[in-house]
Structures are given as structure tokens and as C-alpha cells.
Design a binder for this molecule. Sequence first.
Ligand code: TYD
Length: 141
Amino acid sequence: MASKKRNNHVRIINLGKIRDKRGNLSVVEGSTLPFKIARTYWIYDVPGGKDRGGHAYHCSHEVIIALSGSFEVYVNDGIREQTIRLEQCDKALYIPAGTWRHLCKFATNSTALVIASTPYSPRDYIRNFDHFIELKREKKL
Ligand code: TYD
């Protein structure tokens, strides 16, 4: 349990790459991620330089992979903030529940694959940053 808690932070998961002259291959299976997969979606056709997804989730954990192109992910856990650039499709960014995240600076023709631990629920979203910080301060998130 203690080690599970220590692992509950934003981090890059190396998916590995099966190299092949015909083209490389990377895999995500259930055991790759620190949560059970419930949903997969992808974000694409984002105009170059534009942003998506400024919000946090109450319950959903997720990983984000830049399947093509590149973009940045701003994350804030209420104490620490960082911006991570994703541009390799063998790297998954793990974002635990209760983390503010914002996808920004999409390069034209990028695709962000998101794998989440819960089915879609609008009630899981926290869309106001000040409210997010307040919930964190009050330890309700
Ligand atoms: P949303 O997560 O709000 O995207 P962003 O924060 O980048 O603006 O999703 C945009 C729309 O897509 C919203 O109307 C809800 C819908 N949606 C689903 O129906 N299912 C999903 O799994 C997701 C992620 C979004």
C-alpha cells in the first residue's frame, strides 16, 4: 500500500519499442499501467499552437501518449507544477486523479491518445482552476 501511494505521482512510463526495419511498434496492455483501463479516446485535428483540456478529475487516472506530432502537458497537483513535452509514441505520461492538466502548444497534425481508468462522466470534471486549488487546500481532492 505504501509503495502504491509513493507511485501516485505524475511520471513518464516507458512503453518500450519493438524495433523493426518495417516500422517500430509499442504496446499498452493492462499490466503496463497503474490502473485498469476503462476508456480510450484520442484528440486530433487541433489547429497548430492551440490548447485542449484545462481541467482535473475527481476519480479518473489517465495516461496520455503523443501518437504523432507533439504537444505540451501542463500539470499541477496543488503544490507542484510542471510542463512536460510529449513527442515520442513510446512514452506515456501518467496523470493521477486530482491533478490539474492542460494540453497545449499542439503541433499541426498531432494526435493525443488518452487511456483512462473510468468511463466518461461529466460529474468527474473540475473545470475551474480556483475551485481545484480550493479543493486541494481543503484536502477534498
Ligand atoms: P472534454 O473532455 O471537455 O475536452 P476538453 O477538456 O479538451 O475541451 O470533452 C469534449 C467533449 O467531448 C465534451 O462535450 C464531452 C465529450 N466527451 C465524451 O463524450 N466522452 C469522452 O470520453 C470525452 C473525453 C469527452
